[in-house]
Design a protein. Structure first.
Lengths: 546, 363
């Protein structure tokens, strides 16, 4: 009787996951084995995949560029995390705050802004060439990997940093006292303890990179990438059966799922998370090494912010198509608000609805995961892992396939966009809620019940109340990342329900610099202001929310 | 106020039987302690009474009201938790009012009761404090005040003192005991600390592996343990395995290798039966020059193999042979009386103080 409410909730959430995620994705899976709608099952699409260079090259490009970005990220971010954790780098709160910005601002804005600087006719490009250094442009695989690295390095940095901070000083001292020198202790003791954190961060980099749509679309130079190719195949197959798009989607899911499985397998027996009694001593660097270390950290954090400043500057300039005149003007903004007020409203509206829905579903889910472990709860735990493995583009395609016809038709409405965002973000809310709950002593709820307040009322009076700060910061992060979403939006949007990201993307594609930069600036402001408000009010806990 | 009756309560977690067919009668106003090592089922049994764990078999009554099918919030229990479980977002008085509001007590009465219970736990004037401004001991006082405010039918305490430091623990246990006596409230108290249990309880139930080993008053538990587990768990004791050898003028003699040990007469012991002897360290004395051994004592000789000077007493380990080592607590702290490592000493114990447990009769 006591468990009835929660079991019922779990079952409802489970049904929703099946109906809105598992069935649509399965339809894509089945479709990938068909060449016409409802046709016989065949391997033809996958044969085609292995035969045509464009297709298998897209897999190779996506995986190799994402791997390269992951490795570069480790090389850049791990030393920096070590320096910030253990040495007297000045302005650490500032570094931390700045390093979260790239995660919040859409990566295709960065790609686009780098074109302004390092494109074929970019300002910096001509500068480099005038110095006699042969430099083509940022276009191509190298550029995609570089932008992924700059955008996603904070995942590894923040997770490794909290990993280093969680290593108890006495553990390192024990190593030292047993006769290993500082360097050897670092390699033999600290590194193995922090490795799980590094790998978790790297996996996030790889997964976000592999599913990324905007960056390769903008600077990938028409070279095939899985997410882009799946989208192109889907939109070019109007009225027909997009079997090839489905096949590419399935391959993309396989890539992300494999990497997630590999990480889970590795971490299975390596849960070293320990709560440090005292933070390790911050050691003093002096002279040249102090300036080198400080300079390094600030370069890593500040360079990725350059494109955003560039975009904001350009947005206040006179533009005509791709040509920029160095004169102050508000025309871009006037144009944006006159002609595209609707997309701005849409973005805010959709992000708010999706955040609301994510909380309504995610918080009870987190509660069930932590406090109501049962077969239903365990299955739910697995089910909400799924959205992590499904690229935005693929989810968009799956939702259109499912809700284009039949009992529930959602294609073309705002609901399908909000639904897609909710599916993608709800697991984050569930995970962060459950990690807050892990830290809440269950005795608090029991105390309330034993004082005479029934369990349901206790949930609202005590549990929710104590989770409020965590839920709020989760909500703000959800809102920020939703308003920047492009990869599923680009598939699901219709003329009436276009968003800022879509308008911006179209502006970039059609060389409308002014409009694109104006939207980019509005987006940057819309994401960074809530982020800083959140940081002011909620200290710490940041890394646990990603 | 009412007594508690637990009849055949059983709770399993998978293959583990946490509470195994436990029956207890706790009297009205009694301070009853569940004592045992971690994992013995004492906390689970308490949580069964509280209603956080459902029993699979058996029944639980408060007086003649059967409560095991009733959800926790309607059982009328008050529970004090190990980690205090003070609501961190509420002030001290709001924590105390929490249960009163749930009972729809009028606001004026709420304030009166808050004042009353705060003075009971010596926290007058601290009602407006937030929990993060309080020390561990104060938090525990608030937890107790919060429970007393709702005037529960029974009071349940789950290792309430284990997070406090040693000195505060002793102070608080005295206060808990006198509060309980003044209010006459039926209390079940869970602890793994045998000294705490002995000092605070009317009766103690010693638990192990989900079973109740013995239920008795503190001095009975200490001086007449029912089996070797209770004997070993409560206080320090010397346990020596002997083989029953012979009966000889009003006592029995067992052998451990070449050494003979005397113990009181017991029915049904024949030669060859394995027996475990339990002798408390404080009953074993060193024979000093000029003293004689009373006829009811058993005399042994050994070497000092360890000596710990503790100020008010001295702990010796006396090895009679390689296998037989006695722990002794000795109060002759006069420096001239000290025995040092390697010295040979004579020791003796009252034969009636050697408790014999048959190996084949272990419960």
């Amino acid at each position: 009787m006591k468990n009835l409410f929660w079991n019922l909730t779990a079952i409802l959430i489970f049904i929703a996951v099946i109906f809105f995620l598992i069935v649509p994705v399965s339809m894509v899976l089945i479709g990938s084995f068909q060449t016409s709608e409802g046709g016989a099952l065949t391997l033809k699409n996958f044969q085609k995949f292995s035969m045509y260079r464009t297709y298998w090259q897209s897999l190779w490009n996506s995986v190799s560029v994402s791997l390269a970005a992951s490795l570069l990220t480790i090389l850049l971010a791990v030393p920096m995390a070590f320096l910030v954790a253990r040495y007297n780098i000045p302005g650490k709160p500032f570094l931390l705050a700045m390093s979260t910005i790239p995660l919040m601002v859409p990566s295709f804005i960065a790609a686009f802004s780098w074109i302004l600087l390092l494109g074929r006719a970019g300002v910096v490009t001509s500068l480099i060439r005038s110095l006699g250094i042969p430099f083509e442009s940022i276009y191509g695989h190298g550029g995609v990997a570089a932008i992924f690295t700059m955008q996603f390095f904070p995942y590894v940095f923040l997770m490794t940093l909290s990993g280093f901070n969680a290593v108890d000083e006495s553990i390192e001292e024990a190593g030292r006292s047993l006769g290993t020198g500082p360097f050897k202790t670092f390699v033999k003791v600290s590194m193995p303890l922090v490795l799980p954190s590094i790998l978790s961060g790297t996996l996030l980099v790889f997964m976000t990179a592999v599913e990324n749509f905007g960056v390769p679309m903008i600077i990938g130079e028409q070279k095939p990438y899985l997410a882009v190719q799946a989208y192109m195949e889907f939109t070019s197959e109007i009225g027909g059966h997009p079997g090839m798009s489905f096949a590419l989607s399935v391959i993309l899911i396989l890539v992300t799922m494999t990497s997630l499985m590999a990480q889970r397998y590795y971490l299975r027996k390596r849960n070293f998370i320990q709560s440090a009694k005292g933070r390790p001593l911050v050691r003093e660097l002096k002279g040249a090494s102090y300036f080198l270390a400080t300079g390094y950290c600030y370069w890593v954090v500040l360079i990725p912010l350059i494109p955003f400043l560039v975009a904001m500057t350009v947005s206040f300039m006179e533009t005509r198509g791709p040509v920029i005149h160095p004169a102050f003007s508000l025309r871009n903004y006037i144009y944006a608000f006159e002609h595209a007020a609707r997309p701005i409203f849409n973005s805010y509206f959709l992000a708010s609805m999706a955040t609301l829905a994510s909380i309504l579903v995610g918080v009870p889910t987190g509660y069930i995961l932590t406090r109501r472990r049962s077969i239903v709860g365990d299955t739910l735990d697995l089910a909400i892992m799924l959205p992590f493995t499904i690229a935005g583009t693929v989810l968009g395609i799956a939702l259109i396939v499912m809700f284009n016809s039949g009992l529930v038709v959602l294609t073309g409405t705002w609901m399908i966009l909000a639904l897609s965002y909710t599916i993608r973000k709800m697991p984050f809310i569930a995970r962060s809620s459950s990690s807050i709950l892990y830290q809440l002593d269950p005795a608090l709820e029991e105390a309330s019940i034993s004082l005479g307040v029934p369990p349901m009322k206790t949930f609202f009076k005590i549990t929710i109340r104590l989770m409020a700060a965590g839920i709020l910061s989760g909500a703000i992060l959800t809102w920020i990342t939703t308003i920047s979403e492009l990869s599923s939006t680009i598939v699901l949007q219709t003329p009436g329900w276009s968003t800022m990201t879509v308008e911006m993307f179209n502006g970039i594609i059609s060389d409308e610099m002014g409009l694109a930069t104006a939207f980019a600036s509005i987006l940057i402001v819309s994401t960074t202001i809530p982020l800083f408000i959140m940081m002011r009010f909620i200290k710490g806990e940041r890394a646990s929310l990603f | 106020m009412s007594g508690i009756s637990i009849r055949g309560a059983t709770k399993r977690f998978g293959d583990l039987v946490a509470v195994n067919n436990v029956s207890l009668e706790i009297e009205k106003g009694e301070f009853f302690t569940l004592l045992g090592p971690s994992g013995c089922g004492k906390t689970t049994l308490l949580r069964c009474v509280a209603g956080f764990v459902d029993i699979e078999q058996g029944q639980i009554f408060f007086g003649d009201r059967r409560i095991d099918p009733i959800p926790t919030h309607r059982r009328g229990v008050g529970m004090v938790f190990q980690n205090y479980a003070i609501f961190p977002h509420l002030s001290v008085q709001d924590n105390i009012k929490y249960g009163l509001k749930a009972r729809n007590v009028p606001a004026a009465d709420q304030a009166k009761r808050v004042k009353k219970v705060l003075s009971m736990v010596h926290m007058e004037g601290l009602g407006d404090r937030l929990p993060n401004q309080l020390s561990g001991g104060q938090l525990q006082r608030v937890a107790i005040a919060r429970v007393l405010a709702i005037e529960p039918e029974v009071l349940l305490m789950d290792e309430p003192l284990s997070n406090l430091d040693a000195k505060l623990r002793i102070e608080m246990r005295g206060e808990i005991r006198s509060l309980q006596q003044n209010l006459g409230i039926t209390t079940i108290y869970v602890t793994h600390d045998q000294e705490e249990a002995l000092s605070i309880s009317d009766r103690i139930a010693v638990m192990n592996h989900g079973f109740i080993c013995q239920v008795a008053r503190p001095w009975e538990i200490y001086s007449q343990p029912k089996d070797t587990f209770v004997a070993g768990f409560i206080g320090a004791t010397n346990l020596i395995q002997v083989e029953m050898a012979e009966a000889k003028n009003k006592m029995l003699v067992g052998k451990c290798g070449s050494v003979s040990l005397g113990f009181p007469l017991q029915d049904g012991l024949v030669a060859g039966v394995q027996v475990k002897l339990a002798i408390r360290p404080e009953f074993i004395q060193i024979l000093y020059p000029g003293e004689t051994v009373p006829p009811t004592h058993w005399l042994l000789e050994g070497r000092v193999t360890r000596m710990e000077y503790l100020g008010n007493m001295i702990k010796y380990e006396i090895s009679v042979t390689e296998e037989i080592k006695f722990l002794i607590l000795n109060y002759h702290t006069d420096p001239s009386q000290l025995k040092y490592l390697g010295e040979t000493v004579k020791i003796h114990y009252p034969i009636e103080r050697a408790l014999a447990f048959r190996e084949d009769q272990r419960t």
